[in-house]
Every structure is written in structure tokens, then in C-alpha cells.
Design a binder for this molecule. Structure first.
Ligand SMILES: C[S@@+](CC[C@H](N)C(=O)[O-])C[C@H]1O[C@@H](n2cnc3c(N)ncnc32)[C@H](O)[C@@H]1O
Length: 225
């Protein structure tokens, strides 16, 4: 296993030795606010409720946000709703999966994987939406070496899985406490790599981009060209 993967597993797995084992308890975004974000985004990009939806969350930790979004989505979507969700750390999401167990059928699936966001077992060109909240893009931008290339490569890799017009949703709020800048994926990319990273020609060639929402619920949406 490479050093990056080992660090992530050591940091985020459940258990007494992990530094961030309590991440979901400490984290500030409650699931109902994740639903608000998704509703705002999907109103713009996935308005047709008869269409099928494939939602990918590569770095969910315990999938509290994803379960809440899935439950909300299956109430209104008439097309199929497939959620592919997972994390690299050793986690046991039994409580979260119990919440969606009764909602599974041929058209509605919520599947949890232990996987590496750098090498996902997902068919290229099939995904509508990638939700990567303080996830692998955040970690790429924080690597010790080659942060800019790693972050660009990670976005290229995510993009391959998207349909044309599919989107990546990155957190762009101002931190754990309101008024702070510095903890969201957008902030970390801009401070650790460079302020105009998302305006680079390589990015502009691949994606259109919009900021949506305010404060805690602000996100950067990258749309595959
Ligand atoms: C800071 S937590 C954020 C979790 C969640 N998305 C949230 O918003 O609360 C980062 C998560 O990303 C996971 N992660 C980081 N790199 C990963 C990778 N390459 N593949 C899969 N999961 C990864 C970590 O294990 C950790 O659970």
C-alpha cells in the first residue's frame, strides 16, 4: 500500500488510534443541510425527475450526507436512483445502511464500497454527479509533493466517469466556523496550490464552473464539457 493511502486509513478509520475517527461527529454540516445543497444543485442540473440518476460519492466517510440525500431523492424521482458510495478508511456504516435497507429495489440502489477514489470500479461515462466533500480533491491539494499535478490528475480521473454534462460538486464554504476561510476544498485548493487554480486553461477546457449557495452551503460545481 502506498504512503498516502496508509496515512488516510490510519487517520480516518474507526478505532481508538485514528486521529479523525470521530470526523462525522465533529463535522459541522448536518445531513439536512447536505440535502439542501443537493436540492439547490439538482434543481439546476437534474430537474427531469423521470430521468435516471447515478450519484457517486467516493469519499463519504460514514455516509450520513449520502443517506439523507438518497432518502430525499427517492421520494421524488421516478427514474432509477443509483448511489455508489464509499471510502478508503476502515469504517462500519451499519447504522447508515440500515436506514436505506428498506428502500432498495430494482430501481433504487444504495451501495457502499471500501475503495480508493484514485481507482474506482465505476464504468467511464456513466455518472451524473460526483459529491466529493473535503474528500480526495481536498487531500490532493494538501499533499506534500506535486499538489498541483495531483489535483489536476484527480479531476481528470473523476471527469472520465462523468457523462457529458455531468457534474462534480466540491465544498466551497468558508470553514468550520462561519466567517473563516481555509477549510473547504475550494479554499484549500486556492491557498495550497494557487488562487486561480480553477481558472487555469486546462480546467476551463474540461469544465464549466459555477458557485452555488451561500455560507456553509456554498459549493463549486464543475460541469463536464
Ligand atoms: C475529511 S473526511 C470527509 C468525509 C465526508 N465527505 C464529509 O463531508 O464529512 C475525508 C474522507 O475522505 C476519505 N478519503 C481520502 N482520500 C481517499 C481516497 N483516495 N479514497 C477514498 N476515500 C478517501 C477519508 O478516509 C475520509 O473518510
Amino acid at each position: 500500500m502506498d504512503r498516502v493511502a496508509k496515512n488516510i486509513i490510519d487517520s480516518y478509520s474507526q478505532g481508538p488510534d485514528a486521529i479523525y475517527a470521530d470526523w462525522k461527529e465533529r463535522e459541522a454540516l448536518p445531513p439536512y443541510e447536505a440535502v439542501d445543497i443537493w436540492r439547490d444543485v439538482s434543481r439546476l442540473f437534474f430537474r427531469d425527475k423521470n430521468a435516471d440518476l447515478i450519484f457517486l460519492s467516493p469519499t463519504s466517510n460514514l455516509p450520513t450526507h449520502e443517506v439523507a440525500i438518497f432518502k430525499d431523492e427517492v421520494q421524488s424521482r421516478k427514474g432509477s436512483t443509483i448511489f455508489l458510495v464509499g471510502d478508503l478508511a476502515n469504517l462500519n456504516p451499519k447504522d447508515e445502511l440500515a436506514q436505506v435497507a428498506n428502500l432498495q429495489d430494482d430501481k433504487q440502489k444504495f451501495i457502499y464500497f471500501k475503495w480508493d477514489a484514485r481507482n474506482l470500479p465505476v464504468k467511464k461515462g456513466t455518472v451524473d454527479s460526483i459529491w466529493d466533500r473535503r474528500g480526495w480533491i481536498w487531500h490532493s491539494a494538501n499533499l506534500e509533493d506535486n499538489r498541483e499535478k495531483a489535483t489536476l490528475d484527480s479531476l481528470i480521473n473523476y471527469r472520465k466517469m462523468l457523462k457529458k454534462g455531468g457534474i462534480i460538486i466540491l465544498d466551497a464554504d468558508y470553514g468550520m466556523k462561519s466567517g473563516q476561510r481555509g477549510h473547504s476544498t475550494d479554499s484549500v485548493v486556492r491557498t495550497r496550490i494557487r488562487e486561480d487554480f480553477f481558472e487555469k486553461p486546462e480546467i476551463k477546457k474540461m469544465f464549466d464552473s459555477y458557485y452555488i449557495g451561500e455560507d456553509q452551503k456554498r459549493v463549486l460545481v464543475l460541469i463536464k464539457k
